[in-house]
Design a protein around this ligand. Structure first.
Ligand SMILES: [Ca+2]
Ligand SMILES: [Ca+2]
Ligand SMILES: [Ca+2]
Ligand SMILES: [Ca+2]
Length: 496
Protein backbone atom coordinates (compact mmCIF):
# COMPACT_ATOMS: atom_id res chain seq x y z
CA UNK A 1 0.00 0.00 0.00
CA UNK A 2 2.78 2.39 0.81
CA UNK A 3 4.55 1.64 -2.44
CA UNK A 4 1.38 2.31 -4.38
CA UNK A 5 1.34 5.94 -3.27
CA UNK A 6 4.51 6.59 -5.22
CA UNK A 7 3.21 5.34 -8.52
CA UNK A 8 -0.49 6.17 -8.56
CA UNK A 9 -1.67 9.27 -10.35
CA UNK A 10 -2.88 11.91 -7.92
CA UNK A 11 -4.94 14.98 -8.48
CA UNK A 12 -2.55 17.13 -6.43
CA UNK A 13 1.16 17.68 -6.52
CA UNK A 14 2.96 15.16 -4.39
CA UNK A 15 6.25 15.16 -2.55
CA UNK A 16 8.63 12.26 -2.83
CA UNK A 17 11.29 11.91 -0.16
CA UNK A 18 14.54 10.34 -1.33
CA UNK A 19 17.53 9.22 0.67
CA UNK A 20 20.80 7.51 -0.11
CA UNK A 21 19.37 4.45 1.59
CA UNK A 22 16.13 4.57 -0.38
CA UNK A 23 14.90 1.08 -1.13
CA UNK A 24 13.33 -0.07 -4.40
CA UNK A 25 9.57 0.28 -4.30
CA UNK A 26 9.57 2.44 -1.16
CA UNK A 27 6.76 4.91 -0.62
CA UNK A 28 8.89 8.03 -0.83
CA UNK A 29 8.04 9.23 2.66
CA UNK A 30 10.31 10.26 5.51
CA UNK A 31 9.76 6.86 7.08
CA UNK A 32 10.25 5.00 3.81
CA UNK A 33 12.37 7.12 1.48
CA UNK A 34 12.60 6.22 -2.18
CA UNK A 35 15.71 5.90 -4.28
CA UNK A 36 16.52 8.68 -6.74
CA UNK A 37 16.02 6.78 -9.99
CA UNK A 38 12.53 5.62 -9.05
CA UNK A 39 11.57 9.03 -7.73
CA UNK A 40 12.55 10.63 -11.04
CA UNK A 41 10.34 8.16 -12.88
CA UNK A 42 7.42 8.72 -10.51
CA UNK A 43 7.62 12.52 -10.54
CA UNK A 44 4.59 14.07 -12.25
CA UNK A 45 4.32 17.72 -13.34
CA UNK A 46 4.14 19.90 -10.22
CA UNK A 47 5.63 17.20 -7.99
CA UNK A 48 8.67 17.64 -5.82
CA UNK A 49 11.48 15.22 -5.14
CA UNK A 50 13.21 16.17 -1.89
CA UNK A 51 16.63 14.66 -1.25
CA UNK A 52 17.82 13.95 2.24
CA UNK A 53 21.39 14.97 2.98
CA UNK A 54 24.38 12.69 2.60
CA UNK A 55 26.45 11.18 -0.16
CA UNK A 56 24.73 9.28 -2.93
CA UNK A 57 27.33 7.10 -4.65
CA UNK A 58 26.52 6.16 -8.25
CA UNK A 59 28.69 4.28 -10.70
CA UNK A 60 26.16 4.83 -13.49
CA UNK A 61 24.64 7.93 -15.07
CA UNK A 62 21.36 9.25 -13.67
CA UNK A 63 19.12 10.26 -16.57
CA UNK A 64 15.90 12.23 -16.66
CA UNK A 65 14.41 10.87 -19.86
CA UNK A 66 13.24 12.89 -22.84
CA UNK A 67 9.56 12.22 -22.19
CA UNK A 68 9.85 13.10 -18.50
CA UNK A 69 8.96 16.80 -18.48
CA UNK A 70 6.99 19.31 -16.49
CA UNK A 71 5.21 22.20 -18.15
CA UNK A 72 5.37 25.98 -18.01
CA UNK A 73 2.92 26.14 -15.11
CA UNK A 74 4.00 22.90 -13.46
CA UNK A 75 7.71 22.43 -13.16
CA UNK A 76 9.10 19.24 -11.71
CA UNK A 77 11.30 19.93 -8.68
CA UNK A 78 14.44 18.17 -7.56
CA UNK A 79 15.44 19.90 -4.34
CA UNK A 80 17.18 19.16 -1.04
CA UNK A 81 14.98 18.30 1.88
CA UNK A 82 14.97 21.39 4.08
CA UNK A 83 18.53 22.69 4.38
CA UNK A 84 20.15 19.28 4.08
CA UNK A 85 23.08 18.72 1.72
CA UNK A 86 22.73 15.95 -0.83
CA UNK A 87 25.92 15.05 -2.70
CA UNK A 88 25.77 13.02 -5.90
CA UNK A 89 29.16 11.32 -6.09
CA UNK A 90 29.94 9.66 -9.41
CA UNK A 91 33.64 9.17 -8.79
CA UNK A 92 33.40 5.38 -9.05
CA UNK A 93 32.20 5.55 -12.65
CA UNK A 94 34.46 3.81 -15.16
CA UNK A 95 36.63 6.40 -16.92
CA UNK A 96 38.32 5.91 -20.26
CA UNK A 97 39.29 7.91 -23.30
CA UNK A 98 35.73 8.28 -24.60
CA UNK A 99 32.17 7.07 -24.18
CA UNK A 100 32.14 7.93 -20.50
CA UNK A 101 28.96 8.13 -18.47
CA UNK A 102 27.88 11.54 -17.24
CA UNK A 103 26.56 12.43 -13.81
CA UNK A 104 23.04 13.86 -14.00
CA UNK A 105 21.75 14.09 -17.57
CA UNK A 106 18.57 16.11 -18.02
CA UNK A 107 16.89 15.18 -21.29
CA UNK A 108 13.49 16.38 -20.06
CA UNK A 109 12.21 19.94 -19.91
CA UNK A 110 10.69 22.15 -17.22
CA UNK A 111 12.72 20.69 -14.37
CA UNK A 112 13.96 22.85 -11.53
CA UNK A 113 17.02 21.32 -9.92
CA UNK A 114 18.39 23.03 -6.85
CA UNK A 115 21.02 22.67 -4.19
CA UNK A 116 22.82 19.57 -5.41
CA UNK A 117 26.54 18.96 -5.23
CA UNK A 118 27.55 16.84 -8.22
CA UNK A 119 31.08 15.53 -8.28
CA UNK A 120 33.46 13.02 -9.75
CA UNK A 121 31.57 12.12 -12.93
CA UNK A 122 33.57 10.43 -15.69
CA UNK A 123 32.19 13.11 -18.05
CA UNK A 124 30.02 16.19 -17.39
CA UNK A 125 28.65 16.57 -13.88
CA UNK A 126 25.32 17.94 -15.14
CA UNK A 127 24.43 17.73 -18.83
CA UNK A 128 21.33 19.64 -19.98
CA UNK A 129 19.69 18.48 -23.17
CA UNK A 130 16.13 19.61 -22.51
CA UNK A 131 14.72 23.14 -22.49
CA UNK A 132 13.13 25.52 -19.98
CA UNK A 133 15.00 23.97 -17.07
CA UNK A 134 16.36 25.89 -14.10
CA UNK A 135 19.54 24.66 -12.44
CA UNK A 136 20.01 26.65 -9.27
CA UNK A 137 22.58 26.74 -6.47
CA UNK A 138 24.26 23.56 -7.63
CA UNK A 139 27.96 22.90 -7.24
CA UNK A 140 29.81 20.80 -9.82
CA UNK A 141 33.40 19.82 -9.12
CA UNK A 142 36.07 17.27 -9.89
CA UNK A 143 34.13 16.02 -12.88
CA UNK A 144 36.16 14.70 -15.77
CA UNK A 145 34.63 16.98 -18.39
CA UNK A 146 32.92 20.36 -17.98
CA UNK A 147 31.06 20.73 -14.72
CA UNK A 148 27.81 21.74 -16.41
CA UNK A 149 27.22 21.56 -20.15
CA UNK A 150 24.31 22.48 -22.42
CA UNK A 151 24.38 20.74 -25.82
CA UNK A 152 22.16 18.57 -28.02
CA UNK A 153 21.24 15.04 -27.03
CA UNK A 154 22.51 13.04 -30.00
CA UNK A 155 24.27 13.74 -33.28
CA UNK A 156 20.96 13.57 -35.16
CA UNK A 157 19.00 15.90 -32.86
CA UNK A 158 17.64 18.60 -35.23
CA UNK A 159 18.55 22.21 -34.57
CA UNK A 160 14.92 22.97 -33.67
CA UNK A 161 15.38 20.68 -30.65
CA UNK A 162 18.68 22.00 -29.40
CA UNK A 163 18.41 22.84 -25.69
CA UNK A 164 16.95 26.31 -25.21
CA UNK A 165 15.73 28.71 -22.54
CA UNK A 166 17.54 27.07 -19.66
CA UNK A 167 18.49 29.21 -16.68
CA UNK A 168 21.66 28.39 -14.76
CA UNK A 169 21.39 30.40 -11.57
CA UNK A 170 23.84 30.90 -8.71
CA UNK A 171 25.85 27.77 -9.49
CA UNK A 172 29.54 27.15 -8.82
CA UNK A 173 31.83 24.96 -10.90
CA UNK A 174 35.46 24.23 -10.07
CA UNK A 175 38.30 21.70 -10.25
CA UNK A 176 36.84 19.98 -13.30
CA UNK A 177 39.60 18.17 -15.18
CA UNK A 178 39.67 15.63 -17.99
CA UNK A 179 42.74 14.03 -16.54
CA UNK A 180 44.64 11.27 -18.39
CA UNK A 181 43.65 9.34 -20.44
CA UNK A 182 41.63 12.50 -21.21
CA UNK A 183 43.38 15.36 -22.94
CA UNK A 184 43.34 17.95 -20.17
CA UNK A 185 41.81 20.38 -22.65
CA UNK A 186 38.06 20.04 -22.38
CA UNK A 187 36.88 20.44 -18.82
CA UNK A 188 35.39 23.92 -18.41
CA UNK A 189 33.35 25.24 -15.52
CA UNK A 190 30.33 25.89 -17.74
CA UNK A 191 30.02 24.93 -21.39
CA UNK A 192 27.12 26.11 -23.52
CA UNK A 193 28.54 25.21 -26.87
CA UNK A 194 28.49 23.43 -30.19
CA UNK A 195 24.77 22.71 -30.36
CA UNK A 196 22.89 24.83 -27.83
CA UNK A 197 19.72 26.70 -28.78
CA UNK A 198 18.29 30.11 -28.01
CA UNK A 199 17.73 31.83 -24.71
CA UNK A 200 20.10 30.02 -22.38
CA UNK A 201 21.05 32.25 -19.44
CA UNK A 202 23.81 32.06 -16.84
CA UNK A 203 23.21 34.34 -13.90
CA UNK A 204 25.09 34.65 -10.65
CA UNK A 205 27.44 31.76 -11.41
CA UNK A 206 31.11 31.31 -10.54
CA UNK A 207 33.63 29.20 -12.46
CA UNK A 208 37.05 28.91 -10.92
CA UNK A 209 40.12 26.71 -11.13
CA UNK A 210 38.97 24.49 -13.96
CA UNK A 211 41.63 22.95 -16.17
CA UNK A 212 40.30 24.54 -19.38
CA UNK A 213 38.01 27.61 -19.51
CA UNK A 214 35.60 29.16 -17.02
CA UNK A 215 32.88 29.52 -19.66
CA UNK A 216 33.07 28.06 -23.16
CA UNK A 217 30.63 29.06 -25.93
CA UNK A 218 32.53 27.33 -28.73
CA UNK A 219 30.98 26.93 -32.18
CA UNK A 220 32.05 24.60 -34.98
CA UNK A 221 31.78 25.00 -38.72
CA UNK A 222 30.02 21.69 -39.23
CA UNK A 223 27.19 22.51 -36.81
CA UNK A 224 27.12 26.29 -37.28
CA UNK A 225 25.92 29.04 -34.98
CA UNK A 226 24.55 28.33 -31.54
CA UNK A 227 21.83 30.44 -29.92
CA UNK A 228 22.69 33.70 -28.19
CA UNK A 229 23.87 33.02 -24.64
CA UNK A 230 23.35 35.56 -21.87
CA UNK A 231 25.93 35.75 -19.09
CA UNK A 232 24.98 38.18 -16.34
CA UNK A 233 26.64 38.71 -12.97
CA UNK A 234 29.06 35.86 -13.33
CA UNK A 235 32.67 35.48 -12.22
CA UNK A 236 35.53 33.46 -13.70
CA UNK A 237 38.86 33.29 -11.92
CA UNK A 238 41.89 31.05 -11.66
CA UNK A 239 40.93 28.88 -14.62
CA UNK A 240 43.80 26.87 -16.08
CA UNK A 241 45.04 25.80 -12.66
CA UNK A 242 43.17 23.57 -10.20
CA UNK A 243 42.85 24.49 -6.55
CA UNK A 244 45.67 22.04 -5.75
CA UNK A 245 47.99 23.74 -8.26
CA UNK A 246 47.62 21.16 -11.05
CA UNK A 247 47.72 22.55 -14.58
CA UNK A 248 47.88 21.00 -18.05
CA UNK A 249 49.63 22.55 -21.02
CA UNK A 250 46.68 21.58 -23.25
CA UNK A 251 44.23 23.72 -21.30
CA UNK A 252 42.93 26.93 -22.93
CA UNK A 253 42.70 28.72 -19.58
CA UNK A 254 40.36 31.58 -20.48
CA UNK A 255 37.81 33.14 -18.18
CA UNK A 256 35.03 33.60 -20.74
CA UNK A 257 35.59 32.05 -24.18
CA UNK A 258 32.89 33.44 -26.41
CA UNK A 259 33.15 31.70 -29.76
CA UNK A 260 34.90 29.45 -32.21
CA UNK A 261 35.78 28.97 -35.88
CA UNK A 262 34.86 32.50 -36.96
CA UNK A 263 31.10 31.95 -36.60
CA UNK A 264 29.20 35.11 -35.62
CA UNK A 265 26.88 34.87 -32.60
CA UNK A 266 25.88 38.07 -30.76
CA UNK A 267 26.21 36.83 -27.17
CA UNK A 268 25.45 39.20 -24.29
CA UNK A 269 27.86 39.45 -21.35
CA UNK A 270 26.96 41.90 -18.61
CA UNK A 271 28.11 42.83 -15.09
CA UNK A 272 30.65 40.01 -14.98
CA UNK A 273 34.23 39.73 -13.76
CA UNK A 274 37.27 37.78 -14.90
CA UNK A 275 40.63 37.71 -13.16
CA UNK A 276 43.68 35.60 -12.63
CA UNK A 277 42.89 33.19 -15.46
CA UNK A 278 45.79 31.56 -17.28
CA UNK A 279 45.13 33.16 -20.65
CA UNK A 280 42.49 35.79 -21.57
CA UNK A 281 39.74 37.20 -19.38
CA UNK A 282 37.10 37.74 -22.04
CA UNK A 283 37.93 36.51 -25.53
CA UNK A 284 35.99 36.56 -28.78
CA UNK A 285 37.87 33.40 -29.78
CA UNK A 286 37.28 34.36 -33.43
CA UNK A 287 33.54 35.11 -33.02
CA UNK A 288 33.18 38.22 -35.23
CA UNK A 289 29.52 38.80 -34.27
CA UNK A 290 27.99 41.70 -32.41
CA UNK A 291 28.84 40.47 -28.94
CA UNK A 292 27.53 42.94 -26.38
CA UNK A 293 29.95 43.50 -23.51
CA UNK A 294 28.45 45.74 -20.83
CA UNK A 295 29.86 46.71 -17.42
CA UNK A 296 32.40 43.95 -17.19
CA UNK A 297 35.64 44.05 -15.20
CA UNK A 298 38.81 42.16 -16.04
CA UNK A 299 42.17 42.23 -14.32
CA UNK A 300 45.46 40.36 -14.20
CA UNK A 301 45.10 37.86 -17.01
CA UNK A 302 48.26 36.16 -18.23
CA UNK A 303 47.59 36.96 -21.89
CA UNK A 304 45.38 40.00 -21.67
CA UNK A 305 42.10 40.98 -20.11
CA UNK A 306 40.08 41.56 -23.28
CA UNK A 307 40.82 39.98 -26.64
CA UNK A 308 38.44 40.84 -29.45
CA UNK A 309 39.51 40.87 -33.05
CA UNK A 310 42.89 40.65 -34.64
CA UNK A 311 44.69 42.40 -37.43
CA UNK A 312 42.87 40.54 -40.20
CA UNK A 313 39.37 39.90 -38.86
CA UNK A 314 36.86 42.60 -38.01
CA UNK A 315 34.36 42.19 -35.20
CA UNK A 316 31.01 43.82 -34.59
CA UNK A 317 31.43 43.67 -30.84
CA UNK A 318 29.96 46.52 -28.83
CA UNK A 319 31.64 47.62 -25.64
CA UNK A 320 29.97 49.70 -22.96
CA UNK A 321 31.35 50.66 -19.52
CA UNK A 322 33.95 47.88 -19.36
CA UNK A 323 37.09 48.18 -17.25
CA UNK A 324 40.46 46.55 -17.82
CA UNK A 325 43.23 46.91 -15.27
CA UNK A 326 46.39 45.25 -13.97
CA UNK A 327 47.32 45.35 -10.32
CA UNK A 328 50.98 44.70 -10.97
CA UNK A 329 53.51 44.98 -13.79
CA UNK A 330 53.07 46.27 -17.32
CA UNK A 331 50.50 43.68 -18.26
CA UNK A 332 49.27 43.04 -21.79
CA UNK A 333 47.62 45.58 -24.07
CA UNK A 334 43.96 44.73 -24.74
CA UNK A 335 42.68 43.85 -28.19
CA UNK A 336 39.24 45.31 -28.63
CA UNK A 337 38.29 45.63 -32.25
CA UNK A 338 34.66 46.75 -32.17
CA UNK A 339 32.67 49.78 -31.08
CA UNK A 340 33.71 51.69 -27.97
CA UNK A 341 30.22 53.08 -27.33
CA UNK A 342 30.41 56.67 -26.11
CA UNK A 343 34.11 56.25 -25.33
CA UNK A 344 32.89 54.58 -22.14
CA UNK A 345 35.45 51.80 -21.82
CA UNK A 346 38.72 51.84 -19.94
CA UNK A 347 41.20 49.70 -21.86
CA UNK A 348 44.63 48.60 -20.74
CA UNK A 349 47.70 49.70 -22.67
CA UNK A 350 50.94 48.25 -21.37
CA UNK A 351 52.76 51.55 -21.75
CA UNK A 352 49.96 53.85 -20.54
CA UNK A 353 47.82 51.87 -18.12
CA UNK A 354 44.01 51.92 -18.08
CA UNK A 355 42.52 54.78 -20.08
CA UNK A 356 39.27 55.71 -21.72
CA UNK A 357 38.98 57.45 -25.10
CA UNK A 358 39.05 60.87 -23.39
CA UNK A 359 42.35 60.09 -21.71
CA UNK A 360 40.90 59.64 -18.22
CA UNK A 361 42.92 57.04 -16.28
CA UNK A 362 41.69 54.28 -13.97
CA UNK A 363 44.01 52.99 -11.27
CA UNK A 364 43.80 50.41 -8.51
CA UNK A 365 43.10 53.32 -6.16
CA UNK A 366 39.68 53.53 -7.81
CA UNK A 367 38.68 50.38 -5.96
CA UNK A 368 37.42 50.34 -2.40
CA UNK A 369 39.00 46.95 -1.69
CA UNK A 370 42.38 45.89 -3.00
CA UNK A 371 42.15 43.79 -6.14
CA UNK A 372 45.38 42.02 -5.28
CA UNK A 373 46.18 39.36 -4.32
CA UNK A 374 43.61 37.40 -6.31
CA UNK A 375 40.35 37.29 -4.48
CA UNK A 376 38.16 34.48 -3.34
CA UNK A 377 34.47 35.01 -4.01
CA UNK A 378 31.79 34.64 -1.39
CA UNK A 379 28.66 32.94 -2.57
CA UNK A 380 25.78 34.61 -0.77
CA UNK A 381 22.22 33.34 -0.85
CA UNK A 382 21.44 35.75 -3.65
CA UNK A 383 24.53 34.90 -5.69
CA UNK A 384 28.17 35.93 -5.60
CA UNK A 385 29.02 38.97 -3.51
CA UNK A 386 30.17 41.64 -5.95
CA UNK A 387 30.97 44.18 -3.26
CA UNK A 388 34.62 43.12 -3.40
CA UNK A 389 34.69 44.83 -6.80
CA UNK A 390 33.09 48.09 -5.70
CA UNK A 391 34.59 51.46 -6.46
CA UNK A 392 36.07 53.72 -3.81
CA UNK A 393 33.86 56.61 -2.77
CA UNK A 394 34.77 59.61 -4.86
CA UNK A 395 36.19 57.49 -7.69
CA UNK A 396 36.01 59.25 -11.03
CA UNK A 397 34.65 55.98 -12.49
CA UNK A 398 31.37 56.52 -10.66
CA UNK A 399 28.75 57.84 -13.08
CA UNK A 400 31.39 57.91 -15.84
CA UNK A 401 29.57 55.47 -18.13
CA UNK A 402 26.83 55.65 -20.71
CA UNK A 403 23.38 54.05 -20.60
CA UNK A 404 23.17 50.92 -22.74
CA UNK A 405 20.31 50.69 -25.20
CA UNK A 406 18.38 47.68 -26.43
CA UNK A 407 17.37 44.55 -24.58
CA UNK A 408 19.30 43.89 -21.40
CA UNK A 409 19.26 40.88 -19.08
CA UNK A 410 18.74 43.21 -16.13
CA UNK A 411 16.57 46.23 -15.46
CA UNK A 412 18.70 49.30 -16.06
CA UNK A 413 16.42 51.60 -14.07
CA UNK A 414 16.79 49.37 -11.02
CA UNK A 415 20.48 48.63 -11.33
CA UNK A 416 22.02 51.95 -12.31
CA UNK A 417 22.03 54.84 -9.90
CA UNK A 418 22.44 58.08 -11.73
CA UNK A 419 24.60 57.58 -14.78
CA UNK A 420 26.10 54.09 -15.08
CA UNK A 421 29.43 53.48 -13.36
CA UNK A 422 32.39 51.77 -15.01
CA UNK A 423 32.98 48.13 -14.12
CA UNK A 424 30.84 45.43 -12.51
CA UNK A 425 29.51 47.06 -9.36
CA UNK A 426 27.18 50.05 -9.42
CA UNK A 427 27.77 52.43 -6.54
CA UNK A 428 24.70 52.70 -4.34
CA UNK A 429 22.66 50.26 -6.37
CA UNK A 430 19.69 48.72 -4.61
CA UNK A 431 19.75 45.77 -6.95
CA UNK A 432 20.83 43.25 -4.35
CA UNK A 433 21.54 40.18 -6.34
CA UNK A 434 20.47 37.46 -8.58
CA UNK A 435 17.98 35.47 -6.58
CA UNK A 436 15.02 34.47 -8.63
CA UNK A 437 11.51 34.49 -7.27
CA UNK A 438 11.05 31.38 -9.33
CA UNK A 439 13.82 29.76 -7.42
CA UNK A 440 13.22 30.12 -3.73
CA UNK A 441 12.54 27.37 -1.27
CA UNK A 442 9.44 28.49 0.48
CA UNK A 443 7.97 27.15 3.67
CA UNK A 444 4.51 25.80 3.27
CA UNK A 445 1.98 26.84 5.87
CA UNK A 446 1.14 23.31 6.81
CA UNK A 447 2.66 19.88 6.46
CA UNK A 448 0.87 19.45 3.20
CA UNK A 449 -1.70 16.87 2.29
CA UNK A 450 0.18 16.09 -0.85
CA UNK A 451 3.08 14.87 1.21
CA UNK A 452 1.15 11.76 2.02
CA UNK A 453 0.42 9.76 5.11
CA UNK A 454 3.86 10.21 6.62
CA UNK A 455 3.14 13.87 7.10
CA UNK A 456 -0.35 13.53 8.49
CA UNK A 457 0.70 14.19 12.06
CA UNK A 458 1.73 17.68 11.02
CA UNK A 459 4.95 17.48 12.99
CA UNK A 460 7.15 18.25 10.02
CA UNK A 461 7.09 21.46 8.09
CA UNK A 462 7.88 21.09 4.44
CA UNK A 463 9.88 23.53 2.44
CA UNK A 464 8.14 23.33 -0.84
CA UNK A 465 9.33 24.95 -4.02
CA UNK A 466 7.03 27.28 -5.83
CA UNK A 467 6.66 27.00 -9.53
CA UNK A 468 7.77 29.89 -11.65
CA UNK A 469 8.19 30.48 -15.30
CA UNK A 470 9.54 33.27 -17.36
CA UNK A 471 12.20 33.76 -19.92
CA UNK A 472 15.30 35.86 -20.16
CA UNK A 473 15.29 39.14 -18.36
CA UNK A 474 13.34 40.59 -15.53
CA UNK A 475 11.00 37.65 -15.26
CA UNK A 476 13.92 35.70 -13.88
CA UNK A 477 14.83 38.45 -11.47
CA UNK A 478 13.64 38.60 -7.91
CA UNK A 479 10.28 40.09 -7.19
CA UNK A 480 10.91 43.55 -5.89
CA UNK A 481 9.15 46.21 -3.93
CA UNK A 482 8.97 49.85 -4.94
CA UNK A 483 12.43 50.58 -3.58
CA UNK A 484 13.92 47.79 -5.61
CA UNK A 485 14.54 45.42 -2.72
CA UNK A 486 14.03 41.75 -3.32
CA UNK A 487 10.81 40.46 -1.86
CA UNK A 488 10.57 37.29 0.13
CA UNK A 489 7.38 35.71 -0.98
CA UNK A 490 5.98 32.87 1.02
CA UNK A 491 3.45 30.69 -0.49
CA UNK A 492 1.98 27.35 0.26
CA UNK A 493 3.15 24.53 -1.90
CA UNK A 494 -0.46 23.53 -2.26
CA UNK A 495 -1.78 26.84 -3.45
CA UNK A 496 -0.63 26.61 -7.03
CA1 LIG B 1 32.04 14.83 -22.79
CA1 LIG C 1 40.04 23.45 -24.69
CA1 LIG D 1 36.97 24.77 -23.28
CA1 LIG E 1 26.11 55.49 -11.15
Amino acid sequence: MAAASLFCARPEAKTIIVSNAGAPGAAGTLAAPANLAEAIQACAPGDSILLRGGTYAFNVQITIELDNSGSAGKMKFLFPYRDEKPVLDFSTQPYGKEGNPRGLQINGSYWHVKGLEVKGSADNGIFVVGSHNTIESCVTHKNRDSGLQISRRTADTPKSEWPAHNLILNCVSYDNYDLPPGGGENADGFACKLTSGDGNVFRGCVAHNNIDDGWDLYTKGETGAIGVVVIDRCIAYGNGTLTDGTSNESGDRNGFKLGGEKIPVPHIVTRSVAYGNGKNGFTWNSNPGGIKMINNLAFDKAEGNFKFGDNSTPTEAQFINNLSIWTTGAGMTDKRVGTDVGGSNFWWDKSKGSLNAKGVAATIADFAVSLAPAKAVTMAAAGPDFRIFRLASGSKLIDAGVAPTGDLPFTASKYYRGAPDIGAFEDGSTDEGTTSAAARILPARSAGRAAGAAMSNGSDIFFHPVSGGGTMGESHGAARDASGRALNRYRSGLSR
